[in-house]
Design a protein around this ligand. Sequence first.
Ligand code: GAR
Length: 191
Amino acid sequence: MSIKKFAILFSGSGSNLEAILQKVHGKTFANTKLECVLTVCNKKDAFGIQRARKFGLETVIIDNKNFTNREEFDAVLVSEIKKYDVDLVVLAGFMRILTPVFTQEIGAINLHPSILPLFKGAHAIEESFNSDMQVGGVSVHWVSAELDGGKIIAQRTFERSKNMSFEAWEDKIHAIEHELLPETVINLLTK
Ligand code: GAR
């Protein structure tokens, strides 16, 4: 049996972090044990810190407010990740624009709440809901220096139901995210 190690980076509620920890962390798939060895957050009060603790993981806080530019923050993030010899880094609601200081050094995937390349950026759920699109969805992609622009790995869509409310749209996106991201982590680390 082999062991593959991964890290999770997040900024807020951490519901996707929890979904991965529940479905993937410490579990064995195709004779490969998958272990989350590092959780990192850029906000010291994020709720995800408590969620990670339930799984025995103490989150490393790297507060972006302590840095004068993105490159300095990214350099500290990279050096922290490199201490752990991970096979994959997972961005699960990590709300930072990353520079080449990070993207040239770290193989990372990102979760995005739209059918990329549509609705890039921080307001994808609202913008997709307010559009004429009759389908919504979720993407997982490799992280590149272009915001939400790296190669797409996995996508899942749903149909807009008649008179669908914003809350229902958002709930559907989160429900899909909680399935798609753990599945993608398993697929990437066991192939
Ligand atoms: C998720 O909806 C994720 O797709 C989004 O942040 C949310 C985090 O939720 N990410 C982006 O918009 C990235 N551009 P969570 O903290 O409950 O996992």
